[in-house]
Design a binder for this molecule. Structure first.
Ligand SMILES: Cc1cc2nc3c(=O)[nH]c(=O)nc-3n(C[C@H](O)[C@H](O)[C@H](O)COP(=O)(O)OP(=O)(O)OC[C@H]3O[C@@H](n4cnc5c(N)ncnc54)[C@H](O)[C@@H]3O)c2cc1C
Length: 403
C-alpha cells in the first residue's frame, strides 16, 4: 500500500524566468485548482536571460519549417502582442530590416524570403536604394522588411505571468537537492533548508537546467555551455529608427550583431558571443571554477572549440577591442564611430551542447519519471514563451493524471 504523502503542491516549477512562469500560468489556466509552486533563487522574477536580452518579439522567419522554434515563434509572436495589449505591457510592432552588405549574402537573403513564405510570414524585398525608406543611415546591397517583428518588455511580461498564474512563487529559493522517487513523488530542498514536496517537477532553470536535471537523477545527455552576449548602447540613437539585422550565418544563426531600438527608446548594438567563464558570467571578471571545470570536462565544449575556433577568435577580438566591434557595426551603419558605443549590460545564453559538440538548434523538452525538463530554450524562447509554457504544462498535467 502507498503511504499517505502530504504534498505541498501538485506541480513544482524550478525557475522564475519567462518559461517557468509561462508554464505556471498555462497549468492554472488549463486545469484550475492545480496547486503550483515556483521556486526562484533570485529575489525577483526574470533576473537572468529573460531580463538580459534584446527585447525583440521575433517573427519566426529564420527557423526550419515544422520545427518547434518555427511553430512556437510564429504563434508566440502574435500571442505576445495580444498578451501585452491585454495587460498594458509596453510593446510595439515595429517590423525589422535584414540587410545584405556583401554579394555572397544575397542567396541567403533570398533563401530567407522563401523561408518566410513557408512559415507564413509576409516579407517585402528591397533594393539597396530602398533601404533608406526605412533607415536613412543604413547601407546595404539589398534587404528584406519583415512586418511582424516587434519589441516588448519581457520582464513586465514575466511579472504579469507570475501574478496572473495564481501560483505560489517563492523568491530567494535556490533548489540544491532533489529526492525523486517514481512511486512517491519529488521532494526538493532549498539552500535555506526548506523542503517542498510535489507530485511532479518541472525544470525551467535556464542556465542551470542540466544541473537541475541531474539533481533529479535524469541524464540530460547535454550540457549548458554559456555564451555571453555583450551589448553597447548607441550614444546617437537618432542614427537608427527601428530594428536592423545582418543576414545570419547558417552555421551560427543566433549570431550577428544587430541594431535594436528598444521599448525604452534607446538603441542597443549587439550581442556578440564569447564563452562565459561562469553560467551567470556577465563580464570577464566573473569566474566560477566549478562551473568552468564542468564546461571544460564536457567533450562537446572541445569539439566546438576545434570546429569554430576561427569564428570564436573574431568574436573574442570584438569583445576586447571596441575598434574591432565598431568596424563590424560600420558594415551596416557607416556613420557610427567608436565614441558612439557605450558599454551596457550583457546577457548569457543557455546553449545546450551534445557530447559530440552539436549545438542543439531546436527547443528541447524531455521527460523523466515525474519530471519535465526544458533543456534548450534559447532565442526566440522569450517570444515563444506562451506556446512553450502550454506545451510544458500539457506534459506536466498528463503526467499528473497518471501518478
Ligand atoms: C543576449 C541574449 C539576447 C536574447 N534576445 C532575445 C530576443 O530578442 N527575443 C527572444 O525571444 N529571445 C531572446 N533571447 C532568449 C531569451 O531571453 C531566453 O530564451 C528566455 O529568456 C529563456 O527563459 P528561461 O525562463 O528559460 O530562462 P531564464 O530567464 O534564465 O530563467 C531561468 C531561471 O531559473 C532560475 N534558476 C536556475 N537555477 C535555479 C535553482 N537551482 N533554483 C531556483 N531557481 C533557479 C534562474 O535564477 C532564472 O531566473 C536572448 C537571450 C540572450 C542571452
Amino acid at each position: 500500500m502507498r503511504p499517505e504523502i502530504a504534498y505541498d503542491c501538485d506541480v513544482l516549477v524550478v525557475g522564475g524566468g519567462i518559461v517557468g512562469l509561462s508554464t505556471a500560468y498555462a497549468i492554472t489556466r488549463a486545469a484550475p485548482g492545480t496547486r503550483v509552486t515556483v521556486l526562484e533563487k533570485e529575489a525577483g522574477p526574470a533576473r537572468h536571460q529573460t531580463g538580459r536580452n534584446s527585447g525583440v518579439i521575433h517573427s519566426g522567419i529564420y527557423y526550419r519549417p515544422g520545427s518547434l522554434k518555427a511553430r512556437f515563434a510564429v504563434r508566440g509572436a502574435a500571442e505576445m502582442v495580444k498578451f501585452c495589449a491585454e495587460y498594458g505591457i509596453a510593446h510595439a510592432v515595429t517590423g525589422k530590416l535584414i540587410v545584405a552588405t556583401e554579394r555572397s549574402e544575397l542567396p541567403r537573403l533570398h533563401g530567407l524570403v522563401q523561408r518566410g513564405r513557408e512559415n507564413g510570414i509576409p516579407v517585402r524585398e528591397l533594393g539597396g536604394s530602398q533601404i533608406a525608406e526605412y533607415e536613412p543611415e543604413v547601407r546595404g546591397l539589398a534587404a528584406i522588411h519583415v512586418g511582424t517583428t516587434g519589441i516588448c518588455d519581457f520582464v513586465g511580461v514575466a511579472r504579469q505571468l507570475a501574478e496572473a498564474s495564481g501560483a505560489e512563487i517563492r523568491y530567494g529559493a535556490r533548489v540544491e537537492r532533489v529526492d525523486r522517487r517514481p512511486e512517491l513523488g519529488v521532494a526538493v530542498r532549498t539552500t535555506a533548508g526548506d523542503v517542498v514536496r510535489a507530485r511532479v517537477l518541472v525544470n525551467c532553470a535556464g542556465l542551470h537546467c542540466d544541473e537541475v536535471a541531474r539533481l533529479t537523477g535524469d541524464d540530460p545527455e547535454m550540457r549548458i555551455v554559456p555564451f555571453r552576449g555583450e551589448y553597447y548602447s548607441l550614444a546617437r540613437p537618432e542614427l537608427v529608427r527601428g530594428l536592423v539585422y545582418p543576414v545570419p550565418d547558417p552555421a551560427f544563426p543566433f549570431l550577428g550583431v544587430h541594431l535594436t531600438r528598444g521599448i525604452d527608446g534607446g538603441v542597443h548594438i549587439g550581442p556578440n558571443a564569447v564563452p562565459a567563464l561562469a553560467r551567470e558570467g556577465y563580464g570577464w571578471g566573473v569566474v566560477r571554477p566549478r562551473e568552468l571545470g564542468a564546461t571544460l570536462a564536457w567533450p562537446g565544449s572541445w569539439h566546438i572549440a576545434r570546429r569554430h575556433w576561427r569564428y570564436g577568435a573574431g568574436e573574442l577580438r570584438r569583445s576586447v577591442s571596441r575598434a574591432a566591434f565598431t568596424t563590424a557595426v560600420r558594415r551596416l551603419l557607416p556613420a557610427v564611430t567608436a565614441e558612439d558605443l557605450v558599454p551596457t549590460a550583457a546577457g548569457v545564453r543557455a546553449q545546450a551542447v551534445l557530447r559530440d559538440g552539436t549545438l542543439v538548434d531546436d527547443f528541447l523538452i524531455k521527460e523523466g519519471a515525474r519530471a519535465v525538463h526544458v533543456l534548450n530554450a534559447p532565442s526566440p524562447a522569450a517570444t515563444a514563451s506562451l506556446p512553450i509554457g502550454r506545451e510544458v504544462a500539457g506534459r506536466a498535467l498528463a503526467m499528473l493524471a497518471t501518478v
